[in-house]
Design a protein around this ligand. Sequence first.
Ligand code: ADP
Ligand code: MG
Length: 353
Amino acid sequence: MAEFDLIARLTARAGARGDVALGIGDDAALLEVPAGEQLVACCDALNEGVHFLPGTDPADIGWKALAVNLSDLAAMGARPAWALLSLTLPRADADFVDAFMHGFSALADAAGTALVGGDTTSGPLSICVTALGCVPRGQALTRAGARPGDAVFVSGTLGDASAALEHLRPMGTRHPGEGRSDDDFPMSLRDRLHRPTPRIALGQALRGVANAVIDVSDGLLADLGHIARASGVGIELDAEALPASAALRALCDPAERLRCQATGGDDYELVFTVPSERWETLRATFPPEFRGALPITPSPPLAGERAGVRGAFPAVTRIGRVVAGEGVRVLDADGVPVDFDRAGWEHFMDKVP
Ligand code: ADP
Ligand code: MG
């Protein structure tokens, strides 16, 4: 199996779009960006042992490699269009490539994204996807627009993926007494780790509504810290308002749950700030799930999660407010700041669990 046979297997599932003037096969792709729009570009790598555990299903790796990038496009308010795939494989493994593309193209097809090029090389398993999308000129959402008085909202639920990672990590490294086998681990949490849903439709709906947006990839506190810094503001969150799935509530005690929600990575939800004059617009966009201005109720189960890709919206919950100052604080029910060991995942600082 040579490099070009592998590329042929990838090409077979590349997907098609009318705006691809020249796709896989030449030295580079030629893509048509609609007049009046800007090209939005991002790239994120997944490395074995850092972003996924050895032995992870290649189809899950394929899905997630694209999902984390589409999540970045969503956080910019962009419409995804094209992807490039740099694949580094220890050996020319056709089964791996086929399974990988099974997961990758399931999401690519759902999101209307065509694979238009890439690179295939040998080395330790590593996947780097570049995602490209479009946004009407001047309408992209950034981290920099939050203002004191904005409310902070988050989509879906928080902490599911990091709780799954902790509970699914190899035997031997678990907490003493933790006897759970991977087979009886809740599927909904496992899916949240391996098959995150990029909030593509939500991101586009937030254009003209949100002042600042980021996707939660490293951890809520870490990522909101980026909004706080870029916007020159402080952020206060209410611990009790952070949305949790029923599965997370069943798996973790309240302290562990809060730690996962506030500092766990891999959620790929959108967290965003909205000025008060646009709360009604937001509410009108998200019936009947919008709960931000209502008393906090427990999160509904994540039925129809995949819908986030196709056009329906996930639940949106108000979790805090933007204030003058700096930094991000989580307040308990008595308004006392909660201490955490860390804000989220940091490369070169953190060890894989
Ligand atoms: P070059 O030597 O010019 O870099 P390659 O032989 O690496 O070209 O690639 C040939 C064609 O196949 C190019 O169009 C490239 O974009 C595409 N390609 C290579 N690897 C991948 C991949 N992993 N996914 C998608 N397209 C790929
Ligand atoms: Mg090449």
